[in-house]
Design a protein around this ligand. Sequence first.
Ligand code: PRP
Length: 219
Amino acid sequence: MTEARLKIALTKGRVEQQVLPLLEQAGIDCDLIRHKQRRLIFDSPTQPYEFILAKGPDVTTFLERGAADIGIVGSDILVEHRSTQYELLDLGVGRCQFILASTADFDPDAPQRKIIGTKYPLITKRYFDQLGQDVEIIKIEGSVELAPLTGLADAIVDITETGTTLRENHLQIYDYLQPVSTRLVVNRLALKQQQAAIYDLVDRLAAVVNATTPKEQIK
Ligand code: PRP
């Protein structure tokens, strides 16, 4: 009997770059992904895994529709897309922070109704709801930092990792919302049907994470 392949949806870009070393340390050959060019699906040559490279929000869609068994994706995307899949592991990479940021003349305590630009309308609404503030939210797809610089919005809610984008665009942080990191999530039906294979992968990755993540950063 041929072994079923675990379908793993991996968020391409920054998450992919930070997760590939972990997968390799867990014994998974990622050479094909490293030299992928425009290919999007990869069969591991030595193990029963199929990797699907997708954008973060689509990783949650693949998982929810059962087109992938496992998803590797930022917690920012999971919260924003109200993912209801099981989260099995914090991979300890992709660490960044949700922030409220704007230009130096922004007054977070000003009484006027604010306009906020963001890729994360749900997280933004929850934040301002907690503050008891009704704001207008403008959904932006990328380079959110442009919004306060061009007058499109008063401020932004976004993620920052190194702080370089904010610094280079002369924006400052007014508040910290919540931390973000890359998570391994699993489709509930897949967990029932392929439990042994999924836990084998999760255990190997957890061992790598525990060996490489400073103790104070492990949840
Ligand atoms: C994210 C985020 C910031 C940037 C922050 O954007 O929206 O723009 O990273 O990172 P830094 O603090 O390390 O500078 P991303 O790179 O995902 O691109 P996008 O703006 O096109 O979505």
